[in-house]
Design a protein around this ligand. Structure first.
Ligand code: NAI
Length: 245
């Protein structure tokens, strides 16, 4: 990846988003770290700068159009372009559909799907003008398979795959690619606290025999965001150890 690329990563202050931002920075990209958690994002950016990566922190709620416009304005003011957008910010509000509260449906659809729509719309304007762009949406294997207790989350991630394909068709002529990465079970702080037996049961469902890491996801994003993926668009790259084929 050429050194001057500017990457906007949402939900960049921890977990998979932080790994993605680090992996893109390691390739020489300048980082626009976006998160609703201002303090954590500023810490992450301070560390990037200490390590010699140009980076800015933008506090934004991706569900609000005015916040999202401000992300792109901040990126343009700081760096003058936006080459890569990674829509990674996401939440869960799990529960069986029979008992699911309206707010839990709306919150998940709002962050995971509308957030990606708003960020894609804002970034697409700049990328179209530049005649270059890479958008990578972080979906999930459960958006492809379904999962009991996650109707809202699975619907949001399946919707994100539809958004990916439509936007890929719309932007292809502008040399902007749009792809999704669909992680499987990834070891995070969330899964660290699970009992060993549960972890073993999860791993037993995975052909490659173990949970994935945030770095596994980040490596796939780095490829799709690179010049080398220029002929790949509208695709869903599973990073799931083979649990869904
Ligand atoms: P996480 O909860 O550790 O991090 C999500 C980040 O998004 C947080 O920093 C949070 O502050 C931020 N965020 C939440 N709502 C926001 C909003 N409205 N505006 C701006 N930022 C907001 O989650 P994790 O595990 O790192 O997941 C990242 C992405 O990967 C999500 O889209 C998730 O659905 C997806 N994913 C995760 C898997 C896993 O096993 N952890 C598996 C498959 C997909």
């Amino acid at each position: 990846m050429p050194k001057d690329k500017v990457a906007v990563v949402t939900g960049a202050s921890r977990g998979i988003g932080l790994s993605i931002a680090k992996a893109l920075a390691a390739q020489g990209a300048r980082i626009v770290a976006v998160d609703i958690d201002q303090e954590a994002t500023e810490k992450v950016v301070a560390q990037f700068k200490a390590d010699g990566t140009e980076a800015i922190a933008v506090k934004a709620n991706v569900t609000l159009a005015e916040d999202v416009e401000q992300i792109i304005t901040a990126a343009m003011d700081a760096f003058g372009r936006v080459d890569i957008l990674v829509n990674n910010a996401g939440i869960t509000r799990d529960g069986l559909l029979l008992r699911m509260k309206d707010q839990d449906w709306d919150a998940v659809l709002s962050v995971n799907l509308k957030g990606a729509f708003l960020c894609s719309r804002a970034a697409s304007k700049v990328m179209s003008k530049q005649r270059f762009g890479r958008i990578v949406n972080i979906a999930s294997v459960v958006g492809q398979m379904g999962n009991a207790g996650q109707a809202n989350y699975c619907a949001s991630k399946a919707g994100l795959i539809g958004l990916t394909k439509s936007n890929a068709r719309e932007l292809a002529r502008r040399n902007v690619t749009v792809n999704a990465v669909a992680p499987g079970f990834i070891a995070t702080e969330m899964t660290e606290i699970l009992p060993e037996k549960t972890k073993q049961e999860l791993a037993a469902q995975i052909p490659l025999g173990s949970l994935g890491t945030a770095e596994d996801v980040a490596n796939a994003v780095v490829f799709l965001a690179s010049e080398k993926a220029g002929y790949v668009t509208g695709q869903v790259l599973g990073v799931n150890g083979g649990m869904y084929m």
